[in-house]
Design a protein around this ligand. Sequence first.
Ligand SMILES: *[C@@H]1O[C@H](CO)[C@@H](O)[C@H](O)[C@H]1NC(C)=O
Ligand SMILES: *[C@@H]1O[C@H](CO)[C@@H](O)[C@H](O)[C@H]1NC(C)=O
Ligand SMILES: *[C@@H]1O[C@H](CO)[C@@H](O)[C@H](O)[C@H]1NC(C)=O
Ligand SMILES: *[C@@H]1O[C@H](CO)[C@@H](O)[C@H](O)[C@H]1NC(C)=O
Ligand SMILES: *[C@@H]1O[C@H](CO)[C@@H](O)[C@H](O)[C@H]1NC(C)=O
Ligand SMILES: *[C@@H]1O[C@H](CO)[C@@H](O)[C@H](O)[C@H]1NC(C)=O
Ligand SMILES: *[C@@H]1O[C@H](CO)[C@@H](O)[C@H](O)[C@H]1NC(C)=O
Ligand SMILES: *[C@@H]1O[C@H](CO)[C@@H](O)[C@H](O)[C@H]1NC(C)=O
Length: 456
Amino acid sequence: MADHWNKVSLLGTLTILICFTAVNGTSSETCSDFQSFSWTSILRKSELNVQFLLLTRRNVDCAQVINDENDIENSNFNGSLPTKLIIHGFRLTGKKPSWIDSMAKELINAMDVNVVLVDWNIGAVASYFNAVKILDKLGEKISILLQLFVLQGSTKESFHLIGISLGAHVAGVVGRMFDGKFGRITGLDPAGPKFSNTGVDKRLDPDDAMFVEAIHSDSDNFGISQPVGHIDFYLNDGKKQPGCTQTLLYSVYKRVICDHMRAVYLYISSIKNRCPLVAFPCQTYEQFTNGKCVNCFFHSLQQCPRIGLLENGSLQALLQPREVKAFLMTSSHVPFCVNHFLVELFLGDVGTYNQHVEVIFLNNNYANTSKLKLSIPNKSSKNRTVKTVMSYDPSRGNIMAIFIKLLSTWYRKTHAIYIEKLRMTEIPLNSSERSFRCIYNMTLYKNLFQQFVNCQ
Ligand SMILES: *[C@@H]1O[C@H](CO)[C@@H](O)[C@H](O)[C@H]1NC(C)=O
Ligand SMILES: *[C@@H]1O[C@H](CO)[C@@H](O)[C@H](O)[C@H]1NC(C)=O
Ligand SMILES: *[C@@H]1O[C@H](CO)[C@@H](O)[C@H](O)[C@H]1NC(C)=O
Ligand SMILES: *[C@@H]1O[C@H](CO)[C@@H](O)[C@H](O)[C@H]1NC(C)=O
Ligand SMILES: *[C@@H]1O[C@H](CO)[C@@H](O)[C@H](O)[C@H]1NC(C)=O
Ligand SMILES: *[C@@H]1O[C@H](CO)[C@@H](O)[C@H](O)[C@H]1NC(C)=O
Ligand SMILES: *[C@@H]1O[C@H](CO)[C@@H](O)[C@H](O)[C@H]1NC(C)=O
Ligand SMILES: *[C@@H]1O[C@H](CO)[C@@H](O)[C@H](O)[C@H]1NC(C)=O
């Protein structure tokens, strides 16, 4: 019976391969593509059906299958170049991951590298828990491939595994098989279910490579919330991504995985390195937004980490960091970068109850650019400064002025607030050369328009 199914599915796979094979007219080279899921393959359940596809600068659009030594020798694989493997995660639909070609292209554009797509589509489909079960086997297959690369002259340090969701833990499995001796692992929203709070032998962890980084974007849902790398980047609060709650997103499926996929799209965008995605090491997102982590000197770090291909995430540290969380705010669209500003209010007389103000920031054309709502503590609070970190889209121009409003409530009248100073500066604040901009002496009982001046 099993034999019968094998034949049927082999036939299916062959047919699909032929259908997907395009012949390049000039060189008559055969291009390969992802295996397609078929209903017969699902009946084989846990059978692993992995395929490795190679893309290089010599074949950007035409993947070569490199499943064994012979394939590798006859391919464009170059052991003198670094090698990047992309490992996808669980596939609900069994379709080829839509983003995988553009990730490969950006990598090849950015560097002369061998890019290997690990196609385990057929094993990854349909049942998440089944997919989880085959990770070790898949890891073994990948490490056999990497051993073959070593025979072709590759160094272990030149391997970089980019794992998405479940793929991040697969990268961890492979890293462990190499005793953490290879170069880098990037986990893109490493999967959470079945991995949260498990031992390090079950999931991605900092001992799996010389440099392990993760980007978290859906840590309350499909992603893992705990740090798993040397550096763990959390986009916004690591849970809810801007633009993902819009009802405009046309399909339910897209809406459900929007937060999870943000790590992937942001990483693809970061490869181009069009703008710096600098993150702030901090214990929690709340501490970060409350202005407690405005410079980059955290533990032994000498610089803020950055998302992208930079060596070691551009980290410079006296001691190797471990499971350090770093936060950054993002916009809702490519290239996702924002500037971060620290806004501080130094309060004078504030009244007997807590109130709120709204600050609208205006650019040089006096257009509204961004908005903050701040809580002003009452007289009995010893706290006379209010600090917050604001994200700002630099394409909106320089901030020149504010429009500030005391928000009233229907049940009581507002009490005037005296603000001695409103100060703002771009962060990271690790150099003394940062310029602060200030507004002094505001008595706020209704709306005020004020322009920034240089701080005294
Ligand atoms: C075939 O490959 C060559 C060189 O890689 C490329 O310039 C050409 O556009 C390809 N032709 C087709 C039909 O894809
Ligand atoms: C492999 O890459 C190295 C380093 O870029 C280069 O010098 C060499 O020519 C490449 N080999 C082949 C066969 O392309
Ligand atoms: C960073 O790079 C250096 C040199 O390439 C390496 O020794 C170190 O282990 C890397 N990782 C971290 C987390 O610093
Ligand atoms: C401050 O941090 C930024 C971003 O990480 C970095 O580019 C800059 O060199 C740092 N400045 C100093 C003085 O460390
Ligand atoms: C004043 O602030 C304190 C501390 O935040 C709070 O407990 C108290 O309820 C506030 N009083 C009024 C009248 O809002
Ligand atoms: C900017 O915000 C202020 C205060 O909410 C509002 O009165 C004004 O109409 C806004 N201007 C524009 C151009 O949106
Ligand atoms: C005072 O305000 C700052 C900034 O909002 C906040 O970080 C700090 O926790 C507050 N301190 C107290 C004692 O409430
Ligand atoms: C703000 O008020 C203080 C105290 O009244 C005064 O010393 C200071 O010069 C004023 N600052 C500005 C910029 O007006």
